[in-house]
Design a binder for this molecule. Sequence first.
Ligand code: FAD
Length: 470
Amino acid sequence: SAGSDENDVVVIGGGPGGYVAAIKAAQLGLKTTCIEKRGALGGTCLNVGCIPSKALLHSSHMYHEAKTTFAKHGVKFDNVEVDLAAMMGQKDKAVSGLTKGIEGLFKKNKVTYVKGYGKFLSPSEISVDGLEGENTVVKGKNIIIATGSDVKGLPGITIDEKRIVSSTGALALTEIPKKLIVIGAGYIGLEMGSVWARLGSEVTVVEFAPDIVPSMDGEIRKQFQRSLEKQKMKFMLKTKVVAVDTSTDIVKLTLEPSAGGDQSILEADVVLVSAGRNPFTAGLGLEAIGVETDKIGRIPVDKRFSTNVKGVFAIGDVIPGPMLAHKAEEDGIACVEFIAGKEGHVDYDKVPGVVYTHPEVASVGKTEEQVKELGIAYTVGKFPMLGNSRAKSIDDAEGLVKIIAEKETDKVLGVHIMCSNAGELIHEAALALTYDASSEDIARTCHAHPTLSEAVKEAAMATYDKAIHI
Ligand code: FAD
C-alpha cells in the first residue's frame, strides 16, 4: 500500500515543519512520505492557528474600520452589521483552499501522503492507524518527527470549546460573547481578544506575569498595551485564576493577585484559555525506540536536528526554540538538507516575531533589555510613525520604529516596530541582521517614498546620526 516500500525520508506530521520538509526532501530527489492524522495538511498553523486567526483579524478589522473610521475618510453608509456566519465562512474557505493547495504541492513534487496516526515500531518503521481503520507500516531510512504542539490547559479548568475555549474554539464561536475573558496575555490571546473586541465583546485579559507578551522590548510593550487599552481591552496583570464556576448561565472566575491576597469574581460568557502550547508526542511511541524528551516534553536535537536515536530527526514546535510556523519551516528545510548530505542552518536569534493586532508589533533580534543584560554598549534610534508621511496620509500613524545597534561597530542588534503592517516591514531588518548590516547600511539604502518603510530608514538614521522628518 501507499508508502510501504522503503522511503529515504518519512515525515510524521503535515504542519508547516513537516509538509515543507517533505516537499524539500522530494525536491532534493529523496523518496518521501508524509503521515498526517488530522485528515488535512497544514497542521496547527493552517487549520487552527496562523491562517484562520489572520482571516478573522482581517475581517473584524474591516468591520471595526467601517464602524469607526470610514466616515472620517468620507465613506458613508447607513448601517454596518456583522454577519458572523459569513465571516466564519470566509475564514473556512481560506483554510480549505490552502489545505488543498498543499495536497496539490505534494502531488506536484511526488510526496506520498498517508492519512493516519503514526507510531514508531522501530527507528525505521512507523505503524499508521489509517483514518478509515486500516493499518499500514511505512518504512524509511530517515524519520522526521514534526508532530508539533497542542493547547496547554490550566489545572482545574476544563476546556469544552463552547464556554471555556482554547484558541481553536475562539476561532469558531457562533455568537459574539458579550463578555470575554482571556487568560494569558501572549500573542495568541491578544490576537483573539482583538478579534472579539472589534466585533463588540467586552474583553478582559488576565495575566499571571507583570507584563503582556514577555518576549517584547519593554518600551514597545508599554506603548502596545496603551494602544490595546485605547481599543477598550482591559488588563488584569499579576493576577491568577484560582477557580472557575460554570454551573450557571454565566461563567464565574475567581481571581487572586499572583502574589496572594484578596479574591475577586469576574464574570464572562466565554473564557479563552491561552496559556501557551505544549509539544505534542502522545501516542507516538517515543519510549519504544528510546527517543529522549526534556522536562517539558520537547525533543532535544543537535545542530543537524538529530535526536539521540540515529536516523530519527525532529523539527518545529516539538523541539526547543520559538514556537512559530516560519521557524518550523526553516527547521524542516535545514534538517532535510543535512539528510541529503548538504549543509543547513537556522539562526534562532534572527527569527522575526509578529503580533497581528492593529497596530501590529514585529521584532527581530535582541530587545534593549537583552542587550543591557549582555553588557553590550549600544545606541538606540527611534522614529515615530507620526513623522511618516504615508502613515499620516492614511491617518494611521500610531507606533514607532526602534533600532538597537552596537555602539562600537554600529552593527544592528535588534529592530522593533509597532505600526500597521509592521509584520511586512520587519523583513528588511531580518535581512540586515542576516548580513550583519550596520544601521548606516539601512539608512543609506534608498527607500521608496511615500512608504511606511521609510520609518525604518529614518530610525536607522537616528541610530548613528539624526532623522530628517522629526
Ligand atoms: P503543527 O503545525 O502543530 O503540525 C503538526 C501536525 O502533526 C498536526 O497537523 C498533527 O495533527 C500532526 N500529528 C501529530 N502527531 C501525529 C502522529 N503521531 N501521526 C500523524 N500526524 C501527527 N505561528 C506563526 O508563525 N505565525 C502566526 O501568526 C501564528 N498564529 C497562531 C495562532 C494560533 C491560534 C495558534 C494556535 C498558533 C499560531 N502560530 C503562529 C503557531 C504555529 O501554528 C506553530 O508554530 C506551527 O504550526 C508549528 O508547526 P509544526 O509543523 O511544528 O507543528
